[in-house]
Write a protein that binds this ligand. Structure first.
Ligand code: CA
Length: 296
């Protein structure tokens, strides 16, 4: 085994909404965790509530971090969060910066998701259609809980409305007020890389007609879904990955924000079916090299 990706601190991978470690034999971080491990990195894909507020998920993550530190004897961890997992990671780092070497946001809605805003407008609280939407989310979360084989721990609570509120522009603005570390001061800018001893990084992609919808993505239903979801965007119209806007994803040092990757491609979903010329796994290996070079 080679050691080129052997970071000083373990890599803790934090999933987003409806996240999982492994459904039957299928991993969330498809081809990513295995590739990082081949390079000598210690990698821990963790589980938090599949549908809940960032704060609830963040507290669960802190418990997992403490467990990983006990098991490995490491002093800190590097957190890598996808989608809402980026907010969950930011929460943990804001509360316990002493335990966190870095936070990396991968397609994180760091200024909210316009898709969540649209759902809030179209499915108002207290309506039948909202109850149906919430019911289907609970059903999916329950089904995935049954099929989960990578997480063995207590049953994690589900709260659909709290999760939704944690992803809207308004909800994330409240969260950002309490956890401002690494946020850019201007829309579209970069944030401070080093805050309270924690390094902050981000990357994200955008839908690019002729690239992200070609290649193996022609066979992938999640790409079609992202293209449909992208129609709900008004502020970052034409500049989103289907769920998160390009500038909304900015946190700390922005490694890149226009890779031709939709919101699922960026974690090599589904089954590595991604658009033309895209290599999401390489972004993770390059980042492990970056963390290692920074002594993290
Ligand atoms: Ca895909």
């Amino acid at each position: 085994m080679t050691q080129e990706l052997a970071t000083r601190y373990p890599l803790v991978m934090v999933p987003g909404l409806l996240g999982f470690v492994r459904v039957v034999v299928y991993p969330y971080w498809f081809g990513i965790v295995s590739r990082l491990r081949q390079g000598g990195a210690k990698v821990f894909p963790v589980m938090v509530s599949a549908v809940n507020s960032t704060e609830v998920c963040g507290e669960q993550l802190l418990q997992q971090i403490e467990r990983i530190l006990r098991e490995t004897g490491a002093a800190k961890v590097n957190l890598i969060g996808h989608s809402q997992g980026a907010l969950t990671s930011r929460y943990a780092a804001a509360k316990r910066p002493d335990l966190v070497a870095s936070v990396t946001s991968v397609a994180g809605p760091n200024h909210g998701s316009e898709l969540a805003d649209y759902l809030g407008r179209s499915f108002p609280l207290g309506t039948v259609r909202r109850r149906l939407l919430n019911g289907s989310m609970r059903l999916m979360a329950g089904l995935m809980r049954l099929l989960e084989t990578g997480y063995r721990g207590p049953k994690l609570p589900i709260d659909v409305d709290a999760s939704h509120q944690s992803l809207t522009t308004e909800g994330v603005a409240l969260f950002n007020h309490r956890c401002p570390q690494g946020l850019p001061e201007t829309w579209g800018g970069q944030g401070e890389e080093l805050v309270n001893g924690v390094r902050y990084y981000s990357w994200s992609g955008t839908l690019q007609p002729g690239r992200s919808d070609r290649g193996r993505n022609r066979l992938d239903g999640t790409n079609v879904t992202c293209r449909l979801f992208a129609r709900t965007f008004t502020r970052e119209v034409g500049h989103c990955d289907g769920m998160v806007g390009r500038f909304s994803s900015h946190l700390g040092t922005v490694i890149g924000d226009d890779y031709p990757l939709d919101h699922f491609d960026i974690v090599n979903q589904t089954l590595g079916l991604v658009g033309k010329g895209a290599d999401p796994v390489r972004l993770f290996t390059e980042h492990a090299e970056r963390l290692k070079a920074a002594g993290l």
